[in-house]
Design a protein around this ligand. Structure first.
Ligand code: MG
Length: 163
């Protein structure tokens, strides 16, 4: 397991959980797609240096906020997960955009529907996941876009049906 996977695991996120979201996004367009292929796509996205840097940055800010080590007003903004903050989404879009704008629709969908691990990260508690919920959505959207680029049938012109 490489460095970034360890960071994700420390924050309670596994590649398999991200792969499940990718599968949900892409399966309607590609009936032969497997969870394993989705996991490989997530890992391929995670190999990109700029993706790793975005994750390190966001996770570090989440952890520093949990330890109450951020300067004000940032500490209060992070603790309340202020909806107008928006830097969490901006950072995550840096990941999604690695595979072009095709991932944007998926990112917006995941941000609204919050499936699986994204919903769990979004629950307010002792842990602070201001950045991580968006970063996971950005990762899933990028891995999904990567599959779509490899398989013309999988290009998303439609959103999946709402669950
Ligand atoms: Mg957030």
């Amino acid at each position: 397991m490489n460095g970034i996977e360890k960071w994700l695991e420390r924050r309670g996120v596994t590649i398999d959980e991200i792969a499940e979201i990718v599968f949900t996004l892409q399966h309607p367009y590609n009936a032969d797609l497997t969870i394993e292929e989705c996991g490989l796509s997530v890992r391929a996205v995670l190999e990109k240096r700029e993706v790793q840097y975005a994750l390190y940055t966001g996770i570090a800010l989440d952890e520093l906020a949990e330890q109450k080590l951020l300067p004000e007003p940032l500490q209060s903004i992070m603790e309340s997960d202020e909806s107008l903050y928006g830097v969490d989404e901006t950072l995550a879009l840096g990941i999604t955009n690695v595979y072009g704008t095709i991932g944007l629709t998926s990112f917006g969908y995941l941000d609204k529907m919050k499936p699986g691990i994204i919903r769990r990260l979004n629950v307010k508690g002792e842990k602070i996941h201001v950045f991580l919920d968006d970063l996971v959505a950005g990762l899933a959207a990028a891995a999904s876009a990567r599959i779509a680029h490899g398989d013309p049938k999988a290009i998303q012109y439609h959103l999946p049906e709402s669950p």
